[in-house]
Design a protein around this ligand. Structure first.
Ligand code: NOJ
Ligand code: CA
Length: 661
């Protein structure tokens, strides 16, 4: 049994004080300070870095259906706490994570009326600050409804914000950079470039039984804008008496934002005792040919999920050491307009030309697992009704992963994917799956918020505009800068099921639509975009006899340590990641439409070792617009003193394998 222990822990409750004045809490390194106060009954907080105001006085509180919880407070007691621990992840970007913070929990007391109490806990880390509300049960505050959360984030200036609009369907939008004042309502995470030495990202962490936080703003003051239920309620507070954490990651560089593990630290420790069945892997699938309309999900002549096709995919996965085969369109429900008739989906009955049991056996004999696809069309209730039986069946057949989908503007009951109902539904799926030893890849979900720490069987989420748009987008596909933004925004919440690795750019269904990147960029995505369960997304015939496919075979999906040598949001980013449990390193670097020459020092390598570098780079003629394919593969003997010059073509990339000798 594999267990993950807290590796070192020092937990100290420092003091409890009754207070009338302001309360302060500083980060362990002393650089960041949160001040909490009450003026004229209104509670506020402020964040400073040294003398610099990072978040100016910002209001706290709620509008409730039944009496507001704001503007009528006096400060109560403050309880302090600290933690300095290292904890291990069953999989992740780093094997071990430092969780080091100082905390203060302040009680706010209503001065009149029902004299209720609202608690707010603030944590100051070296890489940011976070706070969450607690609603102690008390007369006048039993179950209640939040109509608005007044939480503000008053920015020090009109910072450049990277974000997508609040109501982007399933977050499948292109992030843009504009001054906050010119933005409309935004979905979180919102990533901010305030100055050359101040970067921030504001987001939900530990989104549990609450609705997702979007942002409205007045000028440069952001305000929480919670996704409503249909009747306008924002959150129905019952048994869960805490809000998610409002996390503000703070760094001096854009790379600091990528390396912050604060969102994970703000989530609860792992609830799965034995995680030995949660296994990072790579997979191929009956998928890209569906996106390109060569095959169909529904039955008929071009049905993709046939026994014969699936066997070919299993054989390929087995030959190339890939652990999974995703099969979409294997089950009844696809033959009508399934977004309108999602109630017709069966998650247990296979189409007649798909031998569910036989294929699971065939896969097992070859060391491969089937990934079952469960598209709901938004009929989440239909899914909940079948989930227990379906998951029990999958478990009995040796299926270890389920990819879920919710293609619809809302669920059949009218609620939105990122509403509280949606968040509750997705959690139900993850917890039920865990009981059946199933990993989940969730498409069209809520915005992830680091809950993979608690439920590591949630191996990836979409909640972004993935590679699939390079098949069907009528405007040509994702822009070349897209993957230079995703890690800094969507990626902060958790692993991304982006589905990299397209090798063949011809498109008969939407001519001209294709990856707007070079082939080397497609390889680099395996390192730049983080997921413990990456897909090799192309049709398998496009990988045959392609020397570049060796990189996809070799690249791991689980890491010991992650570094970010270059980072400029929307322009370029380089990751260097050490393979879990080995001395090998992998490097991925991607650029936008501009060619780049980047200098990369390998000073992070073990000083006592030599390495064989295998470099997959854009060939001399490569350009995403005119000729995306040219790639040079070269080998080099390197060590920690080596400095590499990376040349990235327009829309290009570099992928490097460093094998310890
Ligand atoms: C959208 C998902 O993102 C995609 O991966 C899937 O193939 C289709 N829905 C069909 O479920
Ligand atoms: Ca999608």
């Amino acid at each position: 049994m594999k267990k993950w222990f807290v590796l070192a822990c020092m937990c100290l409750t420092m003091s409890t004080v009754a207070l009338a004045g302001n309360v302060k809490v500083s980060s362990p390194d002393g650089a960041l300070t949160v001040t909490i106060g009450v003026d004229g009954g209104q509670a506020w907080y402020q964040v400073t870095r040294g003398r610099e105001v990072i978040i100016d006085r910002s209001e706290l509180g709620f509008v409730l259906k039944d009496g507001d919880l704001k503007g009528n407070f006096k400060m109560g007691k403050a309880v302090r706490n600290s933690l300095d621990e290292l904890w291990g992840q069953p999989w992740g970007e780093d094997a071990v994570v430092l969780n080091h913070y100082n905390e203060v929990k302040v009680s706010l007391h209503e001065k009149s009326g029902s004299k209720r109490r609202l608690d707010v806990t603030f944590r100051a880390f070296d890489d940011g600050v976070a706070f969450r509300y607690e609603y102690p049960r008390q007369p006048g505050l039993q179950d209640f409804v939040i109509m608005d959360e007044v939480t503000q984030f008053a920015l020090p200036s009109d910072a450049q914000a990277w974000s997508i609009p609040a109501l982007t369907a399933y977050y499948e939008g292109i992030y843009t950079r504009e001054p906050v004042s010119r933005k409309g309502n935004m979905a979180g995470p919102v990533t901010l470039e305030v100055s050359d030495s101040l970067y921030m990202a504001i987001m939900d962490a530990n989104l549990t039984d609450y609705s997702t936080m979007n942002f409205s703003h007045e000028g440069t003051t952001l305000k929480a804008d919670l996704v409503p239920w249909q009747n306008g309620d924002r959150v129905r507070v019952g048994d869960t008496r805490v809000s998610p954490w409002r996390a503000i990651i703070i760094g001096r560089t854009a790379a600091d934002i990528l390396l912050s593990r604060m969102p994970l630290n703000l989530n609860e420790p792992c609830k799965i005792l034995d995680t030995s069945w949660v296994k990072p892997t790579k997979y191929v699938g009956i998928w890209w040919a569906l996106q390109k309309q060569r095959w169909t999900w529904s039955q008929g002549e071009r049905h993709g999920a046939t026994t014969a096709n699936t066997k070919r995919y299993i054989d390929f996965a087995s030959r190339h050491g890939l652990g999974g085969v995703l099969v979409e369109g294997w089950n009844y429900g696809w033959d009508t307009d399934w977004t309108r008739h999602g109630d017709g989906f069966s998650f247990t009955r296979a189409y007649p030309d798909y031998d569910l049991e036989g294929l699971c056996r065939y896969a097992a004999e070859r060391g491969v697992r089937i990934i079952a696809h469960n598209e709901t069309g938004g009929a989440a209730q239909n899914y909940e009704n079948q989930m227990e039986d379906a998951f029990a069946l999958y478990e009995s057949l040796g299926i270890n992963t389920v990819k879920t989908g919710y293609v619809n503007s809302h669920f059949y009951n009218g609620e939105l994917q990122h509403s509280q109902w949606g968040v509750q539904h997705f959690r139900k799926v993850i917890e039920t799956a865990a009981r059946h030893h199933l990993m989940i890849v969730n498409h069209e979900g809520a915005m992830p918020s680091g809950i993979q720490r608690t439920w590591p069987n949630l191996i990836a989420t979409e909640s972004m505009r993935g590679q699939e748009y390079n098949a069907f987008d009528r405007r040509g596909g994702n822009p070349p800068y897209h993957e230079c933004i995703l890690p800094f925004t969507r990626g902060l919440g958790g692993p991304m099921d982006f589905t990299p690795g397209i090798f063949e750019y011809r498109n008969d269904s939407v001519p001209g639509t294709r990856p707007q990147t070079t082939l080397a960029h497609q390889l680099a995505e395996y390192v730049v975009i983080y997921s413990p369960g990456h897909m090799a997304a192309d049709q398998i015939e496009n990988y045959e006899h392609q020397p570049a496919f060796k990189f996809i075979e070799d690249v791991p999906t689980d890491w010991q340590r992650t570094l970010v040598p270059h980072a400029a949001i929307g322009q370029y980013v380089t990751y260097a990641r050490q393979q879990r449990g080995t001395d090998n390193w992998y490097i991925g670097s991607v650029t936008d439409a501009t060619a780049r020459d980047l200098t990369l020092s390998l000073d992070f390598l073990d000083k006592d070792k030599r390495y064989m570098a295998i470099i997959y780079e854009d060939g001399p003629e490569a350009d995403y617009r005119t000729n995306p394919y040219p790639m040079t593969i070269r080998r080099l003997d390197v060590d920690h003193t080596t400095v590499l010059n990376l040349h990235l073509a327009p829309g290009g990339g570099t992928a490097i394998q460093l094998l310890a000798q």
